[in-house]
Design a protein around this ligand. Sequence first.
Ligand code: SF4
Length: 153
Amino acid sequence: MKILVSSCLLGEKVRYSGSSSISSIDDMELFDKILASNEIFPICPEVISGLPIPREPAEQIDNKVITKSNIDLTKEFNFGAKKALDICLENSIEVALLKSKSPSCGTRVVYDGTFSSNLIEGLGVTAKLLNKHSIKLFDETQLVELNDFLNKK
Ligand code: SF4
């Protein structure tokens, strides 16, 4: 199957801090198996929107995305989300493996907008748009569930 994947999970150093997210993957063997047996479409919605590496951390507050120093990046985050959706629609991608907790990619919980490491239920901007278009979302802590989903297809 075709899978959209957060590029930081693939080892690309695109996070706000300039690092990758590969260390957040617990089961590397299963992760590698999924990558090898499916067609992977990497994307970093924040970088594709033109934001630099490294960059200031940002969190969602209401319907906006704001950096720690109060710069409004809502437009950039929405642009990145639209690009991710375009890739899915153009390539008939029905499933995405996204980085947990990110203000773009988080699929279940996100930071609460206070920059104090508090998590709340919710989706990142990209995850929200993909979900709205019925793309099935998993994060890197759900590789077993993703593998089961792929095997049933
Ligand atoms: S926007 Fe997504 S792909 Fe890019 S660094 Fe953040 S979590 Fe990773």
